[in-house]
Ligand binder design. Structure first.
Ligand SMILES: Nc1nc2c(ncn2[C@@H]2O[C@H](COP(=O)(O)OP(=O)(O)OP(=O)(O)O)[C@@H](O)[C@H]2O)c(=O)[nH]1
Ligand SMILES: [Mg+2]
Length: 449
């Protein structure tokens, strides 16, 4: 028995249309109690749309259309009615309240999609793709999530699972003929499918970092001594005056963050407060404040004011480069317009004039190049932490199977390791799952999805 649930599926507020979705047993009868059209919804064919009046206790609420999807051919796999009404703050609420009065319950976040999963309409990676599509902040993230929704990831996992299961089955079958001394499967074939699956798991686990960049954006931290021109560069890259710029050192006290788009990727620029020099470079005042910002940056731009000398920020630059090894650091020599001739360029620096938009293309090209490098592993799937852990575990189980096979240990042992890996791969798509995992996934959904 699927309880009838209802929720607004479009954002609330002023809009051309609002769409209310209801799903579960008896929803067509519930809608019929409030809807007056040419046909009764409970008698309507699946995938048809009906125009009519929506009433509450005899009072007209709105003119609406009702789309009918009969189970199992609906988003949730249950009977679904989607009511389109006029947008605004009142109509949709009135319709939802009416449906609740007639027996629906308000849906929990992600409950429609949860039912779709539990009814076998999609697997877990597709459910996660739906969340990624809704939350995607860049063209590239969206494109990848759509491919994941289309089931590319699931298909590949299914292929590897099948090969491993076949191998396990053959190894077990061979046991039955052990007395006759038969060895009728080629160990090399099994080894090959193990190695291919290990490579597959490894490759995808490696794309976790790139997936995070697609999902959350590529972070560019702008750091340097006060007055070096950080905020000027921040504004220039944003192409608008966002941060206050002044000749007084210490203008930026806090940090500012804005997003720009480069090649369909979202790039998050962070302007920070100037770091002050002290005797001991490691104790640069304020570094702690900026620390967590730089720690999460994929690229760190250390800005130097050339009028103070080309090497004025060298110690700071090398210190930051050493401290944040996982990020790429580059020294930006700013205010080139104020020096007579450009000094000899070293391989870790770029010359610009943030004020005159000079050399900005070199920074944009650098970001572009880094993005290309960082995301080259991305295929049809956005690997999240859950996938990442399971892929690593499956890889370990397969390496164990590989060892057992090479050491000539018993068939049962190898088959057992193979089946463990199959189970782990199965967890990725949701063959087996725990309530915790489901709750965690659906907590990221909004109501009405
Ligand atoms: N001539 C010239 N002046 C610049 C350039 N970039 C920045 N400035 C000037 O340098 C001064 C400081 O610029 P800001 O962008 O506020 O420097 P900041 O690094 O953000 O400074 P704090 O926020 O105080 O740490 C301002 O007067 C800017 O106009 C440049 O390329 N050429
Ligand atoms: Mg500033």
């Amino acid at each position: 028995m699927a309880e009838a649930i209802v929720a607004l599926s479009t954002p609330p507020g002023i809009a051309g249309l609002s769409v209310i979705r209801a799903s579960g047993d008896g929803v067509f009868d519930i809608v019929d109690q409030c809807f007056k059209g040419k046909v009764r919804i409970s008698e309507a064919k699946t995938h048809t749309i009906h125009y009519g009046e929506f009433h509450n206790k005899g009072k007209l609420v709105d003119f609406v259309t009702v789309a009918v999807f009969r189970k199992p051919n609906s988003y949730t796999g249950e009977d679904v009615a989607e009511i389109s009404c006029h947008g605004g703050y009142f109509v949709a609420d009135a319709i939802i309240e009416t449906l609740i009065e007639h027996g629906c319950r308000l849906a929990e976040p992600g409950e429609f999609t949860k039912r779709a999963f539990l009814n076998g309409r999609m697997d877990l990676t597709q459910v996660e793709a739906v969340a990624d599509i809704i939350h995607s902040s860049s063209e590239q993230a969206y494109q990848t999530a759509v491919r994941q929704l289309a089931g590319e990831f699931s298909k590949r996992i299914a292929e590897f699972k099948k090969k491993l299961l076949d191998s396990a089955g053959l190894l077990e079958l061979e046991l039955d003929f052990a007395d006759e001394g038969f060895e009728f499967i080629d160990r090399n074939i099994i080894l090959k499918s193990i190695d291919e699956t290990i490579a597959f798991c490894q490759e995808l686990a490696n794309s976790y970092h790139s997936s995070e960049i697609l999902r959350s954006g590529y972070f560019v931290g702008i750091a340097g001594f006060p007055n070096s021109g950080k905020s000027t560069l921040f504004n220039a890259l944003l192409k608008r005056k966002r941060a206050i710029v002044s000749e007084i050192p210490g203008t930026t006290r806090d940090y500012l963050e804005e997003t720009i788009y480069i090649d369909g990727f979202s790039v998050r620029l962070i302007d920070t407060a100037g770091l002050r020099a002290t005797e001991d470079i490691i104790e640069i005042e304020g570094i702690r404040m900026v620390e967590s910002l730089l720690a999460q940056s994929n690229l760190i731009l250390v800005i130097n004011d050339l009028t103070q000398g080309q090497t004025h920020s060298d110690a700071l630059f090398f210190e930051l480069r050493e401290r944040y090894k996982a990020s790429r650091s580059i020294l930006i020599q700013n205010k080139i317009d104020l020096v007579e001739s450009q000094p000899q360029q070293r391989d870790f620096e770029i010359f610009i004039s943030a004020k005159n938009n000079q050399g900005l293309d070199k920074i944009q090209e650098l970001i572009r190049e880094e993005l290309r490098k960082e995301t080259q592993h991305i295929k049809d799937v956005l690997i999240n932490q859950r996938h990442h852990l399971l892929l690593k575990r499956a890889g370990e189980e397969l390496r164990k199977a590989r060892e057992s096979l090479l050491e000539g240990l018993g068939n049962e042992l190898v088959a057992d390791d193979l089946r463990k890996a199959v189970k782990t791969l199965g967890e990725i798509v949701g063959d087996t799952f725990s309530q915790d995992v489901l709750n965690n996934i659906f907590s990221k959904f909004c109501i009405g999805k």
